[in-house]
Design a protein around this ligand. Structure first.
Ligand SMILES: O=C(O)CCC(=O)C(=O)O
Ligand SMILES: [Fe+2]
Length: 417
């Protein structure tokens, strides 16, 4: 019997792209991005890795290194479970975070970042713009930096080497100005201490990923970059805003993290998006009991671009507030580091000159600060100039190396040709 074919020819729509701009050191780079709405990530894109045994089992660390290596050479992002940070510690820090942001603007501004010499403290909604081609960042944040007196590996204040001291960026006014919130400092610092302990153990795993002895980074993490941040992303204003995918109010715009790697606790609301190597935004939804780990620019440099520092951003489209607590881990700010010996050979010469984590952070933070101070029109001119310039640097625009590009451009003057 003759049948009519029920097969329908599905015409796949050609993906369309736009271009976004990313800050990288003291310049900006372009990145092609699909306009297709974000979809959930697949487990092969952002895997969930069990790190049980990371603190005390060298064999387990070796095994997890093989899996971590696979993830960081591809998306640069993975989830970890059995990470050893107690749920109670996380819950206490979350409650402390909510209490802080619930305060009046006046109370929060007592610890304003404007009073800091080093970017510590509170920054309000719309006071930063991490991506020049997206909106102001619609989040509020509270930030603090490594302080040896809180280090769980006890440090004697009298023995901090002068080279290290020159790079320490902690300030007590943020704790003095929050002392009225019961338990705030101790809950936040306890969480930070557990992140620091986990990060030092993960640094061993990253060394193994690079075919180095697991303690290779130990001397670089005695007084490390260990920035704690509390983020508050207010609920979408109304249904229209929540539903409108074209709305450009980003929680934190597209960026890469600066240091070696980031540990991120995010609540159950969702909103984190990661730019994959096909230039599509994929969602990294909350997974209970896990932290998200992602590689930063500095580790990418040291790995000669083997490990990917991947672009990400946050939109809170939900009708409820979102909170997150990232922890940014880097090497001692005074230590100048070159590309790792296991990441260079005749076919792959070092792409970068040695630099310290401290210098990289300073450059980038200064650039962001400049942009938060100057008016929007300056940003527009900057964007236009960069766009014109990009027409003459087609190779950079066309290159589809994904996240690598902006890290490669970071601190351009230092990049080897
Ligand atoms: O809030 C988040 O989920 C991510 C925040 C982030 O990417 C950052 O602070 O660098
Ligand atoms: Fe980030």
């Amino acid at each position: 019997m003759a049948t009519t074919s029920q097969t329908q020819t599905v015409m796949e729509a050609e993906p369309t792209y736009t271009t976004i701009m990313l800050r990288a050191g003291h310049e900006s780079v372009h990145r092609r991005v699909s306009t297709t709405p974000p979809r959930d990530c697949r487990p092969d894109e952002i895997p969930l890795i069990d790190i049980n045994g990371i603190y005390n089992d060298a064999v387990a660390r070796k095994k997890m290194a093989a899996i971590v290596k696979h993830a960081v050479e591809r998306s640069g992002f993975f989830y970890v479970k059995n990470h050893g940070i107690d749920e109670e510690v996380i819950e206490n820090a979350r409650q402390a975070t909510i209490k802080f942001f619930e305060q009046s603007a006046e109370a929060k501004n007592r610890v304003s970042r404007a009073k800091s010499k080093h970017f510590n403290g509170y920054s309000g909604r719309g006071t930063t713009q991490i991506s020049p081609s997206e909106s102001l960042d619609m989040k509020e944040s509270f930030m603090w930096q490594y302080d040896p007196k809180f280090d769980p590996e006890q440090k004697d204040a009298g023995t901090v080497p002068p080279g290290v001291k020159a790079w320490l960026r902690h300030e007590d006014f943020i704790w003095d100005g929050t002392a009225h919130i019961p338990g705030f400092q101790s809950d936040i610092i306890t969480y930070w201490q557990m992140c620091l302990k986990l990060a030092r153990s993960l640094a061993k795993v990253f060394a193994l990923c690079e075919d180095l002895p697991e303690d290779y980074f130990a001397r670089l993490t005695t007084y490390p970059g260990a920035d704690g941040v509390l983020n508050y992303y207010p609920a979408a204003l109304d249904d229209k805003e929540a539903a409108d995918d074209g709305n450009d109010k980003v929680g934190i715009g597209a960026h890469t993290d600066l240091q070696c790697f980031t540990l991120l606790w995010q609540d159950e609301v969702g909103g984190l998006q990661v730019l994959n190597s096909d230039d599509e935004w994929i969602k990294a939804p909350p997974v209970p009991g896990t932290l998200v780990v992602n590689v930063g620019d500095f580790l990418m440099r040291m790995s000669n671009d083997r490990f990917k520092s991947t672009v990400h951003r946050v939109y809170n489209r939900a009708a409820v507030d979102r909170y997150s607590m990232p922890f940014f881990f880097g090497f001692n700010f005074n230590e100048t580091c070159g590309v790792l010996p296991t990441c260079v050979d005749e076919a792959h010469p070092a792409k970068y000159e040695p630099i310290s984590c401290g210098e990289v952070c300073l450059l980038s933070l200064r650039t962001s600060l400049l942009h938060s101070i100057v008016e929007e029109w300056v940003s527009d001119i900057f964007f236009s100039l960069q766009w014109c310039r990009s027409r003459f640097q087609a190779s950079r625009v066309d290159k589809k190396t994904g996240s690598g590009e902006q890290a490669a451009a970071a601190v351009t003057t230092r990049v080897l040709s």
